[in-house]
Design a protein. Structure first.
Length: 202
């Protein structure tokens, strides 16, 4: 039985400009402006969104430090700017750190839909040439199964989020603990590849 070829990816480049924001508006005010119309229809949703924003504000200093740790530890692991790191993980703060930390390290992030088949995962990882993969929970076992059958390269760096520790996988928190803050920052070009998004419509 043959598997379908992976969908063509969308490649995004880094941009030097963010979403335009009024000079006199704060992020909180801008957010309120966007969600107020929704709030009139779904007041509970607005409370949830504002709680998430408040949580992010409280945790931002720690997140900024851990993001720098990702920059350093990925470089120490031999990953160079321009190389690709796949992510097969459920939504979590760790996943958010990987997405932004790898971006600051000049790495191209390849987030994979956790609902796709193992054959599709193997096809996309082969297509993008990922040097490393960050996976969570049971998805680590999926990657191990693909490696055991020779469908993924044996040298793939594996980093686990909230998964049982095994010799083949590097625990996410332990991986970040090896950061060396004395190393100089990575220079990232604005013309570099930011991420690769696989979708069923491309």
């Amino acid at each position: 039985m043959t598997s379908a070829a992976p969908s063509r990816p969308k490649r995004r480049r880094r941009s030097g400009s963010a979403v335009p924001r009024h000079a006199n508006s704060s992020p909180r005010a801008a957010t309120r402006g966007h969600i107020t119309p929704i709030g009139r229809r779904e007041p509970t949703l607005v409370l949830v969104v504002e709680k998430v924003i408040e949580m992010m504000r409280e945790q931002f200093p720690e997140l900024a430090v851990r993001k720098k740790h990702i920059i350093d530890t990925t470089r120490a692991a031999g990953l160079a700017p321009g190389e690709r790191v796949a992510v097969l993980a459920g939504s979590s703060m760790e996943m958010l750190l990987v997405l932004f930390g790898c971006g600051k390290a000049g790495l191209s992030v390849v987030p994979l839909n956790i609902s796709i088949t193992d054959a599709a995962v193997a096809g996309m990882l082969d297509d993008c040439g990922a040097r490393a993969i960050v996976a969570s929970g049971a998805h680590c076992a999926r990657i191990d199964g693909l490696l055991a059958t020779g469908r993924l390269p044996a040298g793939l760096l594996r980093i686990a989020i909230a998964a049982p520790a095994t010799p083949a996988w590097r625990d996410f928190d332990a991986f970040l603990a090896g950061a060396d803050p004395t190393r100089p920052p990575v220079r990232v070009s604005g013309a570099g590849e930011c991420n690769i998004i696989y979708s069923s419509g491309t």
